[in-house]
Design a protein around this ligand. Structure first.
Ligand SMILES: NC(=O)c1ccc[n+]([C@@H]2O[C@H](COP(=O)([O-])OP(=O)(O)OC[C@H]3O[C@@H](n4cnc5c(N)ncnc54)[C@H](O)[C@@H]3O)[C@@H](O)[C@H]2O)c1
Length: 392
């Protein structure tokens, strides 16, 4: 319990890890966003995730948050960086400024700091920053949580990967996680930093590819008058293929899959990679296909139910629902578009009317488009490709 852990960045990854780790260690979260910091200090969650809320309100946690770097970064046994790494299309790479800046801030306060990067970074970043700062105790551990089930994902990790360039640091993090997680014999894999960075990008790229594969199958089934569920049941029953992550949708989106795919494409450079280079095209083609399918129904008043792609999620960064909305607006100026998204106060697109009252929204819409089915929506009006009534 006397071990102090500082987490930099109190977003999805930082807050989820912070809540979990603070059940057995002292955690201080550092963020620039005062609103998030204040909520965490009041034991309230800024994420729409029931488990995080329950743990914050019901469990005895040793957690605090601050916007003051000195307070947050002084004397910690381990520093975990969870700041954003958005893709920058100008440089064709992640913007790693917040990670680099955090490392510099930590080293100013603690020259002997053990620093673990959880943010997703371009291949080669860990080695480059070690060289640049001349500080050896910097390691990388890819994060695999999913928004909406982040705490469960961290309690039951399929594996934990840690770079092996500083074994003192890698073993410290492995020990902390083993003490917290509920998997009896967790698979902990050590590998070179560039390999750990590559695993993260290929894992998310595989998931994006799989979403696109089943979406293209759904395009095919709809075009040839075949029942997509029969096709997917038949294909997925082969254990080599598996029954998970096969539920059609409007496309992949969210914070990580689109940007990690772009970063991997960029890291490929001139190495041949036609499969990986075409995943983004497939995702865009899916939105165009669904837009045509909807417009073929000749409805004039189209309602979009939520921007988030998963149930129980409040996150719609790079949402495929938004991409579909844009595809419809581009093709038709005759339709009126309504949006029901209670978590926002301003419409995300010109010509889209935001309605906060669900009954009014349902009444006004002839067709309601939802990426994931919701019992609230009248079956007669609903348009979805959610065959299995589950997220993925
Ligand atoms: N969201 C996911 O499902 C997920 C999963 C795996 C990996 N990741 C990776 O983890 C990283 C963080 O993702 P996230 O979803 O938690 O992001 P997020 O946007 O939810 O949170 C990032 C937080 O960092 C704070 N921040 C930004 N710059 C800062 C700075 N210089 N110092 C301190 N705080 C700062 C922001 O205010 C924000 O609260 C990214 O690299 C992402 O790719 C995310």
């Amino acid at each position: 319990m006397n071990t102090k852990i500082s987490i930099i960045g109190a977003g999805y990854v930082g807050t989820s890890l912070g809540v979990l780790i603070s059940s057995k260690y002292n955690v201080t979260l550092y963020d620039l966003d005062k609103h998030k910091v204040d909520l965490i200090n009041k034991k309230q969650s800024h994420l729409e995730e029931q488990d995080i809320n329950d743990w914050l309100t019901k469990k005895k946690l040793s957690i605090s948050a601050t916007t003051n770097p000195k307070e947050a970064l002084k004397g910690a046994h381990l520093y975990i960086i969870c700041t954003p790494t958005n893709f920058d299309s100008k440089t064709n790479s992640f913007n790693t400024e917040s990670v680099t800046e955090s490392i510099k801030k930590i080293l100013k306060i603690n020259k002997k700091a053990k620093i673990l990067i959880k943010s997703t970074i371009p291949i080669g970043y860990t080695q480059q920053i070690i060289k640049k700062t001349k500080h050896k105790a910097i390691a990388f551990s890819p994060e695999f949580l999913r928004e909406g089930s982040s705490l469960q994902d961290n309690l039951y990790p399929a594996r934990i990967i840690i770079s092996d360039n500083h074994m003192g640091l890698a073993n410290l993090f492995a020990k902390i996680m083993q003490n917290l997680i509920l998997v009896k014999k967790p698979e902990i894999i050590f590998m070179a930093p560039s390999e750990a960075e590559t695993v993260k990008l290929f894992s998310n790229t595989y998931l994006a590819m799989r979403v696109s594969f089943f979406n293209e199958l759904d395009n095919f089934a709809l075009s040839r008058d075949l029942n997509p569920k029969n096709l997917i049941d038949g294909i997925s029953s082969d254990p080599r293929i598996g029954k998970q992550y096969n539920n059609p949708s409007f496309g992949f989106g969210g914070y990580c899959l689109p940007k990690d795919l772009k970063q991997l494409n960029s890291n490929f450079g001139d190495i041949p990679h036609s499969l990986i280079a075409s995943i983004d095209k497939s995702n865009k083609a899916r939105a165009e296909f669904i837009a045509s399918d909807i417009l073929a129904k000749k409805v004039k008043k189209i309602g979009f139910y939520r921007l988030a792609m998963k149930k129980g999620s409040d996150n719609f960064r790079a949402s495929s629902v938004l991409m579909l909305m844009k595809a419809i607006l581009k093709r038709s100026n005759k339709c009126q578009i309504f949006l029901f998204e209670p978590s926002i106060s301003k419409t995300p697109l010109k010509n889209v009317i935001l309605i906060h009252d669900f009954n009014e929204f349902q009444k006004k819409s002839e067709l309601i488009i939802c990426n994931r089915e919701d019992k609230k929506i009248s079956k007669k009006k609903m348009y979805t490709r959610d065959i299995y009534n589950r997220d993925l």
